[in-house]
Design a protein around this ligand. Structure first.
Ligand code: SF4
Length: 397
């Protein structure tokens, strides 16, 4: 509920910050591509842009609210619990505006040092329930940018817990959004959760449901991804599926179906129908960006595809996964990764550090597909295009 100490609808200062947002994140090149049917030709190069890309509605709103907060409280200390979104450039911009991070990166900025004159921004992924309780107790001014699609997942997880279903969350247990989502199950007495990352982990859960698994191995393997006191014999008896909003939707559906089949195997069809629920909580923005990459790959021949976004951005990684099935795909964090036609710094799929690709751009005529994760501003996309073109001796600006 909004009040003067809890704000979740902005401050009505959109006009005041409009100029800054355009300066920081707009790209004329991207607008030109959009107007030209999501393509741009420059010398021997053709750039093809996916029709849905970049900032989603949740990120747009979170970034707007952060800028509005700075505008509204020019003299107060403003903190954010962690990255507002998974984009290093945007987080740095907030740091440049004097917003400090409570995740340990800013010396002296800590939850314990907060007081009621401080303003704390909650990011688009939301925060765990216990952190929210702490912040409310400190009586800070809270600017909550949690995305509506994330709130929708929480609603489902809480409902599962109220009805004695364990939430089986397809996600990455260390991801901020999944931690926040899992914490919602614990708000209800007796609530439980398990987080599964992929189909391999789901198979272990299925074996356990069907009575084929080893209890101790299971508990050891999933230890960080289980609610406290998780007893597989009891908690896997009634399951409700949910997802981190940015997972690969095809994988989420396959996971739900595999779990459903195991419940049928264990309990029989009629009983399983009472013991299993699924709710697709992939957000529409994630789905649209994934669909747009599928469409781009279906409709065009490309020499390579560049996917631009933070290396820790889940939705960006899934776009790379989709692209890599059909074409040479590179995940780059920003335009600076394009070092020249013979050197590109990128994070290989499944990797945890940057690698260098040499001779990544074919000589002569080349068709380059481009998309960007939901936390990537248009300005970064435009810079990538400009930089590649300039290395090839053509200008697009
Ligand atoms: S990716 Fe989806 S859930 Fe996440 S902020 Fe964007 S719209 Fe919201």
């Amino acid at each position: 509920m909004a009040s003067d100490r809890y704000i979740n609808r902005g401050f009505g200062l959109k006009q005041a910050i409009g100029g800054q947002l355009v300066r920081d994140y707009h790209s004329d090149v991207v607008e030109r591509m959009r107007a030209q049917g999501f393509r741009l030709e420059a010398g021997d190069l053709t750039f093809l842009l996916a029709q849905e890309f970049g900032f989603c509605y949740g990120v747009d709103r979170a970034v707007d609210y952060a800028y509005e907060t700075r505008e509204k409280f020019p003299d107060r200390r403003i903190f954010i619990t962690g990255e507002i979104i998974h984009n290093p450039g945007v987080n740095q911009r907030l740091a440049d505006m004097g917003i400090r991070f409570l995740d340990g990166r800013d010396v002296g900025a800590s939850f314990d040092g907060l007081n009621q004159d401080d303003v704390v921004i909650l990011p688009a992924f939301g925060v765990p329930a216990e952190q929210m309780t702490f912040l409310r107790r400190m009586d800070c001014i809270l600017v909550d940018t949690t995305c509506g699609s994330v709130l929708n997942v929480w609603k489902n997880v809480e409902k599962y817990a109220r009805e004695s279903f364990t939430a089986l969350i397809h996600g990455k247990y260390a991801h901020e959004e999944t931690q926040a989502t899992a914490s919602r199950a614990l708000m209800i007495p007796g609530g439980h959760y398990i987080v599964v990352r992929d189909m391999d982990e789901t198979r272990l859960v299925c074996a356990q449901i069907e009575g084929r698994g080893d209890r101790e191995l299971f508990l050891a393997r999933f230890a960080p991804a289980l609610s406290p006191g998780f007893d597989p014999e009891v908690q896997l008896g009634r399951l409700g599926c949910a997802n981190q909003t940015t997972m690969l939707s095809s994988e989420s559906m396959a996971i739900a179906e595999a779990v459903r089949q195991s419940m049928v195997q264990r309990w029989g069809a009629d009983e399983a129908a009472k013991r299993f629920r699924a709710f697709d909580t992939i957000c529409s923005a994630t789905q649209e960006r994934q669909d747009a990459v599928h469409a781009l790959l279906r409709e065009h021949r490309m020499d390579l595809m560049l996917v631009i976004g933070g290396y820790n951005s889940s939705n960006t990684t899934h776009l790379v996964e989709i692209a890599a099935e059909k074409v040479q795909a590179y995940h780059i964090q920003n335009a600076a990764c394009v070092d020249g036609p013979t050197l590109l710094r990128h994070q290989p799929l499944g990797g945890r550090s940057e690698a260098a690709a040499t001779d990544w751009l074919p000589e002569g005529v080349a068709v380059v597909g481009i998309t960007a994760g939901a936390s990537t501003p248009n300005s970064e996309i435009g810079k990538v295009v400009e930089r590649i073109a300039s290395f090839c001796g053509v200008a697009v600006a």
